[in-house]
Design a protein around this ligand. Structure first.
Ligand code: PLP
Length: 468
C-alpha cells in the first residue's frame, strides 16, 4: 500500500501549555500576580491558536516561538495587573480636568475619607442618644451655615441631584426650560435625556439664541410644575442673544406659584467675585436671586469629592430626601467624610490656602512665572543639550464644565526634543510617573497653573528617566 504524503502535524500542538507560559512570564517578572500571568497566557495562546488555525503552517518560523509568546504575555499581564485609576501629574493647565478626575481633595478631606474607610464609623448613629441618626445631618448643617439656605441635601453627583429634584417635584408634569439651555455636559449627560428619565414633560421655550420672559409666561399652564434654569457650563453665546436672568425667572415663578430650580453645574461656596471670577459661580447667590433650589457638583469649583449638592427651601428638600430614589442615589461614607472635612475647611476661612482647586486657580501670575523659571532651570540642568527648554506666558481654561469662556493667565515651560513633540508627550504620558501636558507648536507645554511643587519634582524625575 502506498504510504502517501507525510501527515502534517497540527502546528497548534507545538504551542506551550497555559501553565508553562504563565510560569515563564512570572520568572521574567516575579512581581506580576499569578492570576494576571495565567490570564495573559491564556489570551496570548488563544490568539496564536486562532491565527495558526486560519493560516495553518504557512506562517514564518519563529512567529510562535516561546520567546515571542512570553514577551506578548508579559505585556498583557502588566496591563491586566496595573491599577487604575492611578495618580498622574496634570501639567495641562486645566484645573478641573474631567479625564483626570476633576477636583483633587485637600489633605484633611482625603484623610477623613481614609479614616472612615478602614474602620467603623458613626455614619448613621447619633452618639448622644445611641439611636439611629441621619447620615446627612452634619454636612447639611455645614452647608446651611455656609450658604444661609434653610435646607440642604447631598447625593452621589450633580446629575443625580437634578434627576432627584425633577422626579420629586415634577414627575408626570411639565418643566419649562429655555432652548438655549438644553445642553450636553459631556460624558453623555444631556439635560433633555435626564428630564425624560425622570418622567417629566419637557416644555422648550424660546430659540437657541434668544429666550424672553414672555416665552416662559406663555408656556405656563395647569400642568406646569417647575421652571428650570441650566447653567451653560461648557460654552458661551455671543452676538444676537437674550436670556432671562435667574432673578426675573424667580419673580415669574412667585407670580404663578411655581418653584424655580437652577442647575448651576459648578458652584463655589467661597465668593470669588472680588478675585475676578464670575459672580454667578457663588452658589448662595442663586438663592439670593430667588431660586427655590440650586444644585451643583461637589468636585468642580467647590473643590471637594464627587457629590451632588442641593440647597434651598425646606419643604421641597424634605420631599426630596423622602423620595425612594434618594436611597438609590445616596452618597457613600468616604465621600461624605471628605465632603464634611472640605466644608469644615471652608467654614474656617482656609479654603483659598488649603483647597487644591482654589489654590491653583488663585495663584498669582508672578508666582507662576517664578516657579516656571525654576522648573525650566532644573530641566535644563538635567537634560543638557538634549532638550530645548523655554518659558512663556499663556492662557488656560478652567475646564470641567466650569467658567466657560473664562481664561486664566498662566506660565508654561515649553520642552522640545529632536524626536518631535508628539513622541515626547506620549513617552511622558506612558512613563512610570505619567505626566499629561499640552502639545503645541512642536513643543510639550508644561503649565504651572496645575502643578504643585511636588509635581515639578516628579516632572524632573520623569524627564530624567526618559533621557536615561
Ligand atoms: C457638570 C454638570 C452636571 C453634571 O454634574 P456631575 O457632578 O458631573 O454629575 C450637570 N449640570 C451642569 C450644568 C453641569 O455643569
Amino acid at each position: 500500500m502506498d504510504s502517501g504524503p507525510p501527515v502534517n502535524p497540527d502546528p497548534r500542538r507545538r504551542l506551550p501549555a497555559v501553565d508553562r507560559l504563565g510560569v515563564l512570564v512570572r520568572s521574567e517578572n516575579p512581581r506580576l500576580p499569578s492570576w494576571a500571568a495565567v490570564e495573559a497566557s491564556r489570551r496570548v495562546l488563544a490568539q496564536a491558536r486562532q491565527r495558526l488555525g486560519d493560516g495553518a503552517s504557512v506562517s514564518p518560523p519563529g512567529e510562535y516561538g516561546e520567546d515571542l509568546l512570553v514577551a506578548q504575555a508579559l505585556e498583557e499581564a502588566s496591563r491586566l495587573a496595573s491599577q487604575r485609576p492611578r495618580p498622574v501629574v496634570n501639567a495641562t493647565g486645566v484645573v478641573l480636568h474631567t479625564n483626570l478626575g476633576r477636583a483633587p481633595l485637600c489633605e484633611v478631606a482625603a484623610r477623613a475619607a481614609f479614616d472612615v474607610a478602614v474602620g467603623y464609623s458613626d455614619l448613621e448613629l447619633e452618639r448622644e442618644s445611641g439611636r439611629r441618626g441621619g447620615r446627612l445631618a452634619n454636612v447639611s448643617e455645614k452647608l446651611r451655615l455656609l450658604s444661609g439656605a434653610p435646607a440642604a441635601h447631598v447625593c452621589n453627583n450633580n446629575a443625580a441631584a437634578l434627576l432627584l429634584a425633577l422626579d420629586t417635584l415634577a414627575r408626570g408634569r411639565e418643566v419649562i426650560v429655555s432652548r438655549g439651555e438644553l445642553v450636553e455636559i459631556g460624558g453623555s449627560f444631556r439635560v433633555p435625556d435626564i428630564m425624560e428619565r425622570s418622567g417629566v414633560r419637557l416644555v422648550e421655550v424660546g430659540t437657541t439664541n434668544r429666550t424672553h420672559v414672555a416665552d416662559y409666561e406663555e408656556a405656563i399652564g395647569p400642568e406646569t410644575a417647575l421652571l428650570l434654569k441650566v447653567h451653560r457650563s461648557n460654552f458661551t453665546q455671543k452676538g444676537f442673544v437674550a436670556e432671562v436672568d435667574l432673578g426675573t425667572l424667580a419673580g415669574l415663578g412667585r407670580k404663578h406659584g411655581l418653584a424655580v430650580l437652577q442647575d448651576l453645574g459648578s458652584g463655589s461656596l467661597v465668593d470669588l467675585a472680588s478675585r475676578g471670577f464670575p459672580a454667578d459661580c457663588y452658589a448662595p447667590a442663586s438663592l439670593d436671586q430667588g431660586a427655590d433650589l440650586v444644585c451643583f457638583s461637589g468636585d468642580k469649583l467647590l473643590g471637594g469629592p464627587q457629590a451632588g449638592i442641593l440647597l434651598g427651601e425646606a419643604l421641597p428638600l424634605e420631599a426630596l430626601s423622602r423620595n425612594p430614589l434618594a436611597r438609590a442615589l445616596r452618597l457613600d461614607k468616604m465621600s461624605l467624610a471628605a465632603l464634611d472635612a472640605t466644608l469644615g475647611v471652608v467654614l474656617e476661612g482656609r479654603a483659598e490656602s488649603e483647597l487644591p482647586v482654589l489654590r491653583r486657580l488663585l495663584e498669582p501670575c508672578a508666582s507662576l512665572e517664578r516657579r516656571a523659571r525654576a522648573l525650566a532651570k532644573r530641566l535644563r540642568e538635567c537634560a543638557g543639550e538634549r532638550l530645548r527648554v523655554d518659558v512663556e506666558r499663556d492662557h488656560a481654561e478652567v475646564g470641567g464644565g466650569s467658567l466657560p469662556g473664562f481664561a486664566l493667565s498662566t506660565w508654561v515651560v515649553k520642552v522640545s526634543h529632536a524626536d518631535g513633540a508628539e513622541r515626547l508627550a506620549a513617552r511622558l504620558r506612558r512613563g512610570e510617573i505619567p505626566v499629561l501636558a499640552r502639545v503645541r507648536d512642536e513643543a510639550v507645554w508644561l503649565d504651572l497653573r496645575t502643578l504643585e511643587e511636588r509635581d515639578c519634582e516628579k516632572i524632573e524625575d520623569a524627564v530624567g528617566a526618559l533621557l536615561r
